[in-house]
Ligand binder design. Sequence first.
Ligand SMILES: Nc1ncnc2c1ncn2[C@@H]1O[C@H](COP(=O)(O)OP(=O)(O)O)[C@@H](O)[C@H]1O
Ligand SMILES: [Mg+2]
Length: 397
Amino acid sequence: MQPASPPLAPEVSLPLTTPVAELEQPVPTPVAEVEQPVPTPVAEVEQPVPTPVAEVEQPVPTPVAKVEQPVPVAEIELPKPMPMPVIVPLARPETVPAKKATRTPLLRNLLAEVVQARQAEEQAAAAEALANARPPKCKAHVVAVVSSKGGVGKTTLSAALAGCLRLGGGQTLSLDLDPQNALYYHLGVESGSIGIGNAAHCETTWKAALQAGFSGAKVLPYGALSDEERRTLEHRMSDDQHWLAWQLDAMGLCEQDVVILDTPTGRNLYLQQALDVADEVIVVTTADAASFITLDQMDHWLNAEGARPGFSTCHYVVNQFDASHELSRDMLEVFKRRLGKKLMAVIARDKTFDESLAYGRDPLADPQISLACQDVQVLAQQIKSRFANVRASGLHA
Ligand SMILES: Nc1ncnc2c1ncn2[C@@H]1O[C@H](COP(=O)(O)OP(=O)(O)O)[C@@H](O)[C@H]1O
Ligand SMILES: [Mg+2]
């Protein structure tokens, strides 16, 4: 026998066939889908996507154009940082004036530029012409005493020549172009403080600053210059190659006057100025090896293009010649062969110059007792005859 089955509950009291568990679970329904905030085109509107407004503000085509393309919904939902291409066009307004700058300049501006350039050229040409302008040839005879080696006797001979080289009716001026400022002392002048370098500063002219020296010579010292005054003087010389010519011109010298220029050793501004005005260049040398090796250099300086005017002539003087020494005699022979007719005179070595300088005496006061002073007088005669020859040939004019 089968056990009896438990009595079934009346069907009416049973709940619906649907399992209770299923009913309690909120089954996704279409309703639930509706409640979900499904991205819609509305989201596109809410997003501050770059809009055509940005394009309006930035007239130049920019990456903003990409925004015009349909944007996928997925991209919008992502919290991406806003692309910033709009920043780039902010610099654009600066490029606008650049377009204005390239505009063709006005005709009047172009003309003004041309006129300005022409005037600048004319001014430069006038300044150059002024710098190169030189006064007429000095009426006086000008002798420049030069050398490439120091201590040969330039100043000694300049002073001695000033005392004995004189033309009838004229005066002989001795100008010191050497910053050593020793010439005035050789000529027995007390003070050399005012001279060529500072006469203007002292409100005087070269002519007024001349002082009376031995044997009727007139001397204009170099002057006791400060460093600043010397720099100023040398600037003037370097700015104007005819500076000395202008100074002599202002002195109003006449044809019977003689100017003797003592110069510093070597090639320098003073030498250049002296060569520029000299009728006669006297190169002082000594009959020794040290002087001999400088002869080529001196030739080079004297014959450089534009170094001296065409009318000038150059001669050599061997000074301090000691006939008692065989080497000196042989060296003089070498100099004679080297210089030929350019060797104008030989001056003996003589203690008279040193003694006269030491005691403040005129070495030419008694030429008979000094061999060297007699030699200097011979030299002065030779230079005078050259003046006469040059004048007769009309070269001096
Ligand atoms: N003929 C000469 N005999 C003896 N001594 C001389 C002679 N000529 C110049 N001296 C001396 O030579 C030295 C240099 O002379 P200086 O005229 O000052 O030379 P530089 O001007 O060429 O430098 C001086 O002591 C001077 O007395
Ligand atoms: Mg000297």
